[in-house]
Design a protein around this ligand. Structure first.
Ligand SMILES: N[C@@H](CCC(=O)N[C@@H](CS)C(=O)NCC(=O)O)C(=O)O
Length: 240
């Protein structure tokens, strides 16, 4: 493993944009501090520290990664930095680096963000029909996961993963499959996507991912109780 300086990952006590980074650092045995801002309905803990530019600049949003004296913001920038700094970019071929970026981009933009939007929809878009949004989001995810399943087969992703260290796209793939299942339950039958199901059951770092996931935290900053309630309401409205 590459020598690393002192590393601190700042994020909320939620899975959100940081969970795949936690999986990665743990699976790769990288020592770091998982600094979690406690959640509450008024975000008081965050409000008290948000203005600290030395810690949370330039945009005062999380995640932020402190890497020795360097401070990195923006999820995609942090992941690209880690991919390079921990030697993965040099290890993968040009083609596999492109595949890696493609997977991260799609999982971030087409899965993580729409799920976050759905969970926050009743607050962010007051009056929004969350049942309809839930159905539409699920339809789009089903289409995407079907293409993803085919693409991973074409790339031989599972086979090549067995031959190399865990990379960030592996972690994000596992997390997004898990979150979609968590939100949609039986409406999202994972076995319809055999390669994704196999990945979720037996990815090389599966045990690490599952152990971190099992320290139960909300997917978003809404907090566990409120989010559980919202997910229940979305599912009920989808059935109405
Ligand atoms: N473009 C940023 C967005 C980061 C972001 O919006 N983070 C949210 C949490 S998921 C946040 O810090 N919200 C608190 C705030 O805006 O004060 C990224 O991709 O990392």
């Amino acid at each position: 493993m590459a020598a690393t300086p002192k590393i601190t990952l700042h994020y909320f006590d939620a899975r959100g944009r940081a969970q795949f980074l936690r999986y990665y650092l743990a699976a790769r045995d990288v020592e770091y501090t998982d600094q979690r801002v406690p959640l509450s309905a008024d975000f008081a803990a965050w409000a008290a520290i948000r203005g600290d530019r030395s810690k949370f600049g330039p945009f005062h949003r999380l995640p932020v990664l402190h890497w020795g004296d360097r401070k990195l913001a923006e999820t995609l920038v942090i992941q690209a930095f880690l991919h390079r700094a921990l030697g993965d970019e040099a290890l993968l071929s040009d083609e596999d680096n492109l595949r890696h970026s493609t997977l991260v981009s799609s999982l971030y933009v087409d899965v993580m963000l729409p799920i976050g939007t759905l969970i926050w929809a009743d607050v962010a878009y007051v009056g929004c029909d969350v049942g309809l949004l839930g159905k539409r989001t699920l339809d789009r995810l089903r289409g995407l996961f079907s293409m993803l399943n085919t693409t991973l087969d074409e790339w031989g992703w599972i086979e090549s993963a067995a031959e190399r260290p865990v990379v960030l796209a592996d972690c994000m793939l596992w997390e997004e499959i898990d979150v979609v299942q968590h939100v949609f339950g039986a409406r999202f039958p994972l076995d319809d996507y055999p390669t994704l199901a196999r990945w979720h059951r037996s990815a090389p770092a599966h045990a690490v991912f599952a152990a971190i996931r099992d320290r139960r935290a909300a997917v978003t900053g809404r907090g566990l109780a409120a989010e559980d309630d919202v997910i229940l309401r979305i599912r009920e409205r989808m059935s109405a």
